[in-house]
Design a binder for this molecule. Structure first.
Ligand SMILES: [Zn+2]
Length: 133
């Protein structure tokens, strides 16, 4: 990679990777996204949802960090109206359901993911009472 690109985790762009061993903005050592690999691909939003949700599930199951969510946020920002009506992540989908119904999410990691994906804090959720804990 001779040119620049951006950080997979935080999206920070650099003009050159020369001399860098980590992202200057967030410090991740994850491989960056080189500008020359930027592509435009035609696909259906439903196909993209499936890919993202499967990757999200794998990320959560194997506790692999937040990379899929970082990617999902950048993808969703490209089609914000679609993303609002049909979130790319299961956490976003659960957050949407929680906003419509009296949904209780007791898993703290999932609550964090929902808050991150929806931009809503946990006020959406009724925390378990003392007799439900
Ligand atoms: Zn970064």
């Amino acid at each position: 990679m001779s040119g620049g690109g951006w950080c997979l985790e935080c999206g920070h762009h650099v003009e050159s990777f020369e001399g860098l061993s980590a992202c200057p903005a967030c410090g991740t050592k994850a491989l960056p996204c080189p500008d020359e690999w930027q592509v435009t691909i035609a696909l259906n939003w439903h196909e993209l949802r499936i890919l993202v949700m499967w990757a999200e599930n794998w990320q959560r199951e194997k506790q692999l960090g937040r990379t899929v969510y970082a990617i999902a946020r950048r993808l969703a920002a490209q089609h914000s109206e679609l993303a609002k009506s049909s979130p790319l992540t299961m956490a976003g989908e659960i957050g949407q359901l929680a906003a419509q119904y009296d949904v209780q999410v007791t898993d703290s990691a999932l609550r964090r993911d929902v808050a991150e994906q929806t931009g809503e804090e946990l006020g959406l959720f009724r925390l378990p009472g003392p007799d439900e804990a």
